[in-house]
Design a protein around this ligand. Structure first.
Ligand code: HEC
Ligand code: HEC
Ligand code: HEC
Ligand code: HEC
Ligand code: HEC
Ligand code: HEC
Length: 402
């Protein structure tokens, strides 16, 4: 009923592990079931991690009634979640970064094909070639959490200070909660980019973590020189969380008090030892009694908040080599009827977005959006060549003449 309620009265109680609130009139809800909406799916998915916009970067309650520039499918075309997440016998297609894929995958190409740029547009040839190396979202979702800030860092190690004066950031969000520790929030964030085959490597409960350095709890599997790998955008959520100092795995804390007599819950007693002992017992893992704080990263692939087509990244936002007068004329012949420089620069307009209050001032004028070197290239592929081949037409990549 949580998915099929149309009365907007169904709700769960936080302490009942998913069971409905006793106040809900289940018969009334059952008589009014209908198709899921962004709201019914969102009641769970928008607040994953214990609040709005915490874990999933590209999903927040803003998607209940989004503007076109917030999400072109759900805002511009009023698509519902299940228009993309096709469902057969309650098996919902679409794989998550955090849990193993169980019910099928979904891709942009399923609807748009791998050559979605058509017509007489001068850019179509190159755009369609790029889909061999880049996921669609790399160009079409150049920002995430555009409409509502998301949590970038969560430091559990500082929790427990009930005296601390809680400060707010520029978005008006609290930077500390004695129950949870310190946070960093960001709105309109630039993704981090990595190669992916679509598979994810995950650390499961009980797996070893790095007690000294960092551990990627989820991490895309992909390689520069694998033809099946492509570049994808991610939110990387950074954390400082508890680990068993002897067993070397993460600890499950017991946080939420079951009732007013709960003797071990952290959010009642603020005693980590009690909370860890109870949490690990419930999870079925030994706890040594000695804990430490470790650094963790989670890669969340970005799939939503697709911007309207005119806001995709421009050629020059990735290729520094195309920003000046030469632009396309590096390789093509002059054509008096075409303004090549303008064409190469037509894309995400950070200046207008910043003027409208989005937190993107530092991105205005960027021409190295995806940092080719970090991804394994020697530099801009137009100058230094692509992964597998140099360009046809006998074009030999040369070092940029200085
Ligand atoms: C009662 C809460 C709840 C509701 C309502 C809900 N989901 Fe989920 N969904 C979950 C949980 C929990 C997971 C697994 C954990 C995760 O990925 O965050 C999940 C996972 C998923 C996944 C990833 C599946 C995989 O195999 O990796 C998709 C896609 C998804 N849900 C879509 C939807 C859609 C579409 C709707 C509305 C029709 C919906 N969900 C409604 C709780 C819910
Ligand atoms: C325009 C198509 C589209 C719409 C509309 C859409 N999604 Fe997705 N979603 C995707 C794609 C594509 C993926 C990636 C799936 C994959 O890799 O198999 C995805 C992935 C997901 C995941 C797994 C990733 C994660 O962050 O855990 C969840 C959960 C999810 N969507 C929920 C929703 C919900 C809830 C809605 C409605 C509010 C929604 N989606 C609307 C296309 C869409
Ligand atoms: C269930 C099918 C479906 C899926 C999956 C899907 N789309 Fe779409 N998309 C549509 C439809 C329908 C439209 C609106 C009609 C059109 O332009 O073709 C659209 C429109 C668009 C547009 C043009 C928007 C504009 O400015 O008018 C872009 C860009 C786009 N999609 C990108 C993507 C990307 C990127 C993904 C993967 C994250 C994706 N789509 C997944 C169905 C889908
Ligand atoms: C290299 C960046 C890039 C990649 C990769 C890319 N696109 Fe685009 N896409 C653009 C740009 C730029 C436009 C606007 C084109 C124009 O104005 O001529 C666009 C336009 C579109 C449109 C509108 C089509 C039209 O002609 O009206 C759709 C739909 C679309 N893209 C979907 C996708 C899908 C699906 C993928 C992945 C298979 C994808 N794009 C990959 C940059 C890209
Ligand atoms: C999101 C960043 C991004 C955007 C936007 C982008 N490119 Fe690229 N481009 C790449 C990457 C990555 C490669 C290297 C592909 C490879 O390894 O072969 C590349 C390679 C190229 C190449 C040389 C290799 C080849 O296979 O032809 C040309 C030419 C090129 N891009 C032109 C363009 C043009 C024109 C546009 C605008 C329509 C554009 N690019 C937009 C990332 C981008
Ligand atoms: C680094 C060299 C390079 C740059 C820069 C470049 N292109 Fe190309 N372009 C090519 C190559 C190579 C082809 C493939 C020609 C062939 O196979 O016949 C091509 C093909 C095309 C085609 C298809 C031509 C046809 O006959 O089908 C168009 C249109 C085009 N480019 C437009 C552009 C535009 C517009 C820009 C700038 C935004 C640009 N190109 C930048 C190398 C480049």
């Amino acid at each position: 009923m949580v998915c099929h309620d149309t009365t907007d009265t169904y709700k769960k109680t936080p302490t009942a592990a998913g069971m409905p609130d006793p106040a809900v009139d289940l018969v009334a809800v059952a008589k009014k079931v209908g198709k899921p909406t962004r709201k019914t799916c969102g009641d769970c998915h928008m607040s994953g991690g214990g609040g709005d916009g915490v874990k999933h970067a590209d999903m927040s309650p803003q998607l209940y009634y989004p503007g076109r520039s917030c999400d072109v499918h759900m805002g511009g075309y009023d698509m519902q979640c299940h228009d993309c997440h096709k469902t057969q016998n309650h098996r919902i297609w679409g794989r998550s970064s955090s849990v193993a894929v169980a019910e099928g995958s979904r891709s942009c190409e399923d609807c748009h094909t791998a050559s979605p740029h058509y017509g007489q547009q001068l850019l179509d040839y190159h755009l369609n070639k790029h889909t061999e190396h880049l996921l669609c979202t790399t160009c079409h979702a150049p920002l995430y959490s555009k409409c509502q800030p998301t949590k970038m860092l969560w430091d559990w190690s500082t929790a427990g200070d009930k005296e601390r004066v809680v400060e707010k950031d520029k978005y008006g969000l609290e930077l500390y909660d004695p129950r949870k520790g310190d946070f960093v929030w960001k709105e309109s964030a630039k993704p981090e980019y990595a190669w992916t085959t679509g598979l994810t490597k995950r650390v499961l409960l009980g797996d070893p973590v790095n007690l000294e350095g960092e551990t990627n709890l989820t991490e895309p599997v992909g390689y520069f020189n694998d033809p099946k790998s492509r570049i994808a955008p991610y939110k990387v959520m950074r954390g400082i969380q508890m680990a068993d100092a002897q067993h070397g795995y993460l600890i499950v804390p017991h946080l939420f008090p079951r009732d007013k007599d709960d003797p071990t819950a952290y959010w009642k007693h603020f005693d980590w030892q009690k909370s860890f002992t109870a949490g690990m017992q419930a999870a079925g893992f030994p706890y040594s009694g000695e804990y430490t704080w470790v650094k963790t990263n989670m890669y969340w692939k970005l799939n939503h908040e697709i911007m309207p087509k005119e806001n995709a990244l421009s050629c020059a936002q990735c290729h520094d080599s195309l920003k000046d007068e030469k632009a396309c004329l590096r390789c093509h012949q002059e054509n008096k009827e075409v303004n090549f420089k303008e064409l190469a620069r037509k894309g995400t307009d950070f200046e207008t977005m910043a003027a409208k209050g989005r937190d993107v001032v530092d991105l205005i004028g960027a021409t190295d959006y995806i940092d080719f070197k970090k991804l394994g290239y020697k530099g801009d592929p137009i100058i230094h060549g692509g992964r597998f081949k140099t360009l046809p037409l006998g074009f030999v990549p040369v070092e940029e003449e200085q």
